[in-house]
Design a protein around this ligand. Structure first.
Ligand SMILES: [Zn+2]
Ligand SMILES: [Zn+2]
Length: 396
């Protein structure tokens, strides 16, 4: 997902922030990559895109991405001393593509026998995601519970949590997965960064519990500077530390370890690594797996040919166990198999192709799972089209 949101206190700090955002994005190589080209190219692009404080309409001030607890009251607003968020031109356009801007459906959406959903924006308040998911025709949902690229989270208020739960119940949207922030790296070799990540992940768990999410999806992180074995041990210990005393099981929350695109030093590029982490965590927290079709493909697994698909699913079953896969991220891939380049594409328009998704969605061994797209929103209606595409592939 290409999404760029920055916070700035003073507009003269914008360039530094942009550079930081780039550095952070590159910090966890397991995270979804944004921007194209070299970092200086991206920086240039960012400079062109971000015009905080401008009046030319290129930057828009927003309350928050996930909904703030304390809204600045109109009478007491002191913009210079507050953290103010700006969104890029790209995001502004995305807002124009917002399904909530269109007239609501007159009848409930047609659903399939499967749980099919979309990673959905929380712009305007976290509870808005449920309304969006409903209008997109989803019966499953994934969100970020706060901005995925900021250390300081925006905590959703209790009324927002309750409203989200009410809407999900009303529309029958379950499960709901929360995707962890891209900044979190639970196997960092830098003590300070690791501590920050553990605190952030604990916050993710607390918000997931408050919002009533069934799943919290986590990229295991980058173990650069350590052996893979040390990285696995560190990730498991970090999750244990972060969840100390929270009792996610009592709240019906499961941590899902997501397989990654297999970039160097990123944990989780193979099913074995995901399985190993699950094995270590099983005694600590309720765990399962989230398998991303794009990551699987670019990590080198064949899910495109008939035999390849069978072999890959057998391999997944022999390691992680197909029953452990609670969520499939359904993303087509822009890049070739084995390229390790994580760029999501619309379903059926990438290197994976529509047949593989059809095979997956109708495989009797994975019917218990939820299928959630994290496809790009390039043009208005892309989100609806991807959900409909997935639904059209499910046979009765
Ligand atoms: Zn990805
Ligand atoms: Zn994913």
């Amino acid at each position: 997902m290409r999404r760029t949101v920055l916070t700035t206190r003073k507009s003269n700090a914008k360039e530094k922030k942009i550079r930081n955002a780039d550095a952070r994005t590159n910090g966890n190589s397991a995270g979804t990559k944004i921007g194209k080209g070299t970092s200086s190219e991206r920086e240039l692009e960012a400079k062109k895109l971000f015009v905080p404080g401008s009046t030319n309409g290129r930057a828009v001030k927003v309350e928050s991405q996930a909904g703030a607890v304390a809204k600045p009251s109109p009478t007491k607003r002191r913009p210079r001393k507050r953290a103010v968020r700006y969104i890029s031109v790209e995001r502004e356009l995305a807002l124009e593509k917002d399904i909530l801007k269109q007239s609501p459906p007159t009848s409930p959406p047609k659903l399939t026998r499967l749980k099919i959903g979309m990673h959905t924006s929380t712009a305007g308040g976290v509870e808005k995601a449920a309304e969006r998911a409903y209008r997109l025709g989803c019966n499953a949902l994934q969100i970020f519970s706060s901005s995925p690229r900021q250390w300081r989270p925006v905590e959703p208020g209790r009324p927002q949590c309750e409203e989200l739960k009410r809407l999900r119940l009303k529309y029958g949207i379950a499960p709901m997965a929360i995707h962890t922030s891209y900044l979190v790296n639970l196997c960092s070799t830098t003590g300070e960064f690791l501590t920050k990540s553990i605190v952030a992940f604990r916050g993710e768990m607390e918000r997931a519990i408050a919002l009533g999410a069934e799943y919290l999806v986590l990229h295991p992180g980058s173990f650069r500077g350590w052996t893979r074995e040390e990285g696995l041990k560190c990730a498991a210990e970090s999750i244990a530390r972060a969840s100390d005393g929270l009792n996610p099981a009592a709240h019906g929350l499961k941590i899902l370890i997501e397989n990654t695109a297999g970039a160097e030093f990123s944990l989780g590029g193979s099913f074995e690594q995901v399985a190993e982490l699950l094995e270590r965590l099983r005694r600590v927290v309720p765990v399962g797996a989230c398998i991303d079709t794009c990551h699987t493909h670019v990590a080198g697994y064949d899910i495109v040919t008939d035999e390849g698909f069978e072999r890959t699913l057998k391999e997944l079953n022999d390691t992680v166990g197909l029953g452990q896969v609670a969520v499939w991220h359904c993303n087509d891939a822009k890049a070739e198999r084995g390229s390790k380049v994580d760029r999501h594409e619309h379903i059926g328009r990438g290197k994976i192709g529509v047949d593989a998704f059809k095979r997956l969605l109708n495989d009797h061994r994975v019917q218990h799972a939820a299928f959630i797209a994290e496809t790009p929103l390039d043009e208005a209606g892309d989100d609806v089209r991807n959900v409909e595409m997935l639904k059209s592939l499910v046979s009765n």
